[in-house]
Design a protein around this ligand. Structure first.
Ligand code: DC
Length: 251
């Protein structure tokens, strides 16, 4: 007997064994922008019946809030730190599952901002917001709260290093910048976002650099994280790869 998940076929017995009667763990998936973290994270969360949290969406939502309230200059990316700090407790982010799109959607102060936070003006500014210490502190404590009962897959940049240093499974994903930009371009095209490939490639490289070199929780592989370069892997191969790792940890 077999089950089909995201178009892939798995043996039902294996699925059953993974779903039930095993201890719940935390899975941290970190890596470079557009390295396919969220695709893999969503699929493994679905398979295990775990919560999936896209931590990048939270930094994007704060960035949207800052842009709307003119707390960041869209041209030179200068942030009005004092004002943002005074507003920080008015920023409430949560996620709701949309069964129609089969997607977890991001809400900012009760407004669905899922589409808005994926736009280029947010992508171009998010690194400048996500490097601010008090923003990170607030997001991290919210993320830790969501993972208190385990049974969670979270993707981001500092999940294995800062948010859940005790996570049972840590994965660090990478792929070359051109492959990542191509994937992102495809994704945005499918969502009718008008943007060029070169613009995306430039944004991907710029964000890599800022994410890696910032003072606050820079993007880096945790010592006990397992690296995955998926430049030449398809979705099924990646999913099978992570299933192998999960099996060893839930038994
Ligand atoms: O995963 P993403 O590309 O949607 O993330 C958007 C930005 O948020 C990214 O440029 C870096 C930042 N980020 C972060 O600093 N820490 C995280 N845990 C997740 C994302």
């Amino acid at each position: 007997m077999s089950n089909v998940i995201f178009g892939f076929t798995f043996d039902a017995q294996i699925l059953f064994k993974m779903f039930k009667s095993h201890k719940k763990i935390i899975i941290a998936i970190d890596g470079y922008s557009s390295s396919g973290k969220s695709t893999l994270a969503k699929e493994i969360a679905k398979l295990l019946d775990y919560k999936y949290i896209d931590s990048g969406a939270m930094y994007r939502a704060v960035t949207l809030f800052a842009l709307r309230n003119k707390l960041i200059d869209n041209i030179n990316h200068k942030v009005n730190i004092e004002k943002l700090q005074s507003f920080i407790n008015q920023i409430h982010i949560n996620f709701k599952y949309n069964s129609e799109t089969n997607n977890q959607e991001t809400y900012l102060n009760n407004e669905n901002v899922e589409a808005e936070i994926r736009k280029m003006n947010v992508s171009n500014n998010v690194s400048f917001i996500s490097k601010i210490g008090f923003v990170r502190k607030k997001m991290v404590s919210f993320q830790q709260e969501m993972g208190k009962e385990k049974g969670i897959v979270m993707d981001g940049r500092d999940i294995g290093t800062v948010v859940f240093p005790e996570a049972e499974l840590k994965v660090f994903m990478n792929a070359n910048a051109e492959v990542r930009a191509k994937r992102r371009f495809q994704e945005l095209k499918e969502n009718n976002v008008d943007v060029s490939y070169n613009e995306i490639l430039e944004n991907v490289k710029k964000r890599d650099h800022i994410d890696e070199t910032r003072d606050e929780s820079p993007l880096k592989k945790a010592n006990d994280s397992i690296e995955l370069d998926n430049s030449n892997m398809n979705r099924q191969e990646q999913l099978e790869w992570i299933i192998g790792l999960v099996k060893k940890r839930i038994n």
